[in-house]
Write a protein that binds this ligand. Structure first.
Ligand code: PLP
Ligand code: SF4
Length: 380
């Protein structure tokens, strides 16, 4: 058994553990356990510094999960955009491929609580259907392995999936959505990295939410993935009591860059049943973005997005930088709230947009667009 598997076996993972180790009332522990699985592996548990701290909040069950918050179980309408159980196909050219229900830590804020940890809803028997679906859909050029956490699969099973996807000519890129570098960095082994290298281009999106998660172990895991040729990005979720503070977020983003991880998304918390106590007003996210842009490296700035309820996809939000217009001029403010004017051009009147160019055949048969000069010469 590999070290990461041994660590998993030592996880806090039952109502009884909550009673024995954290002094939970037995009835409450059982209700929480039946609603959403508990699993905290010893590595992540060791990051807790005091009860109720940002690490604790993310992994230790909370009575507030049982509140009648009136929120939906599937706010992103993933199930209605799911042509086969393992696929969510929302966007034109890419799909989410759910490969396992298991995670090395069950995050209390998980937006997929209705499925994650439940192997009757996501499991191996749906994998072939997923691969077949992708093979039959030539528009899919980007496949995002998710779950659960695809790195909960053994190297052998993961390789079978990667091999299956790589046998489909129209699959250009594969992404691994995994929390392992953050929650169980021991999972990133030389053997795994060696295997991944064979199936490039593979992009990794990981999930750090707080600077305390940026440990030497996590740094090593991210560096190993980067050395294996995977660009590593981060998706963070904005959460009350965890990272709803511009200084904490700034520190997290800088630490990620130092670990060779590029911040990608900062999500407004989804309005998912049982996670209401993590939500912040949207204005908090905008305030944080305002305090990042300009104040630190542009590389450290993620897109702040709301994943639209009902399955509309990710919608980016920016603080107000455009103050208004004065005639032709556009009035802007910078990160220090200083005002600047940019001399904009008149909008092209309707009907005077350049005509859409049609590709024409070159002698060798490949199509090519006309260059600006050629077009001008032909038309005038
Ligand atoms: C987030 C997501 C994607 C990927 O979106 P990008 O903006 O390309 O990173 C694809 N499909 C689903 C269903 C998603 O939720
Ligand atoms: S690792 Fe991802 S899928 Fe698993 S519980 Fe956490 S947020 Fe949910």
């Amino acid at each position: 058994m590999e070290l990461w598997q041994e660590l998993l076996r030592q996880s806090v993972d039952s109502a009884k553990d909550l009673v024995d180790r954290f002094g939970f009332n037995k009835e409450l522990a059982e209700r929480l356990n039946s609603l959403f699985h508990i699993r905290i592996n010893p590595y992540y548990l060791s990051l807790i510094r005091y009860p109720g701290d940002p690490i604790w909040l993310q992994c230790i069950p909370d009575a507030r999960e049982l509140e009648h918050d009136g929120l939906p179980e599937d706010p992103l309408a993933e199930d209605s955009q799911s042509p086969v159980p393992s696929i969510v196909h929302r966007y034109p050219d890419r799909v989410l491929f759910l490969t396992t229900s298991q995670c090395s830590m069950y995050c209390r804020f998980c937006t997929r609580k209705r499925k994650v940890g439940d192997s009757s809803k996501i499991n191996m028997k749906y994998i072939q259907d997923g691969i077949d679906y992708i093979a039959k859909h030539p528009e899919v050029r980007d496949v995002i392995l998710s779950g659960g956490d695809p790195l909960m699969l053994t190297d052998y099973l993961l390789e079978r999936i990667l091999k299956g996807l790589r046998s489909i000519p129209h699959v250009e890129i594969i992404r691994l959505g995994t929390k392992m570098p953050c929650v169980l960095p021991q999972r990133i082994t030389p053997k795994l990295c060696k295997m991944i290298r064979k199936y490039h281009p593979i992009y990794v999106n990981t999930h750090f939410n707080h600077p305390w998660e940026c440990t030497p172990e996590a740094k090593r895991a991210c560096e190993m993935l980067a050395d294996a040729g995977c660009p590593v990005g981060n998706q963070a979720v904005l959460m009350k009591g965890v990272n709803d503070d511009p200084d904490v977020m700034l520190e997290l983003m800088r630490k990620l860059l130092a670990m060779r991880v590029r911040p990608y998304y900062l999500y407004q918390a989804d309005a998912t049943k049982g996670t209401n106590y993590f939500r912040t007003p949207v204005s908090k996210g905008l305030e944080i973005m305002d305090k990042l842009r300009g104040h630190t490296s542009g590389l450290a700035i993620p897109y702040f997005v709301i994943d639209a309820p009902g399955g509309g996809g990710k919608i980016p939000l920016l603080p107000q930088y455009v103050i208004g217009r004065a005639g032709k001029n556009i009035i802007l403010r910078n990160y220090k709230y200083e005002i600047f004017t940019y001399p904009d051009l008149e909008e092209e009147p309707l009907g005077h947009h350049p005509p859409v160019e049609k590709p024409f055949k070159r002698k060798n048969g490949r199509s090519q667009r006309k260059s600006e000069t050629e077009k001008a010469n032909l038309e005038f």
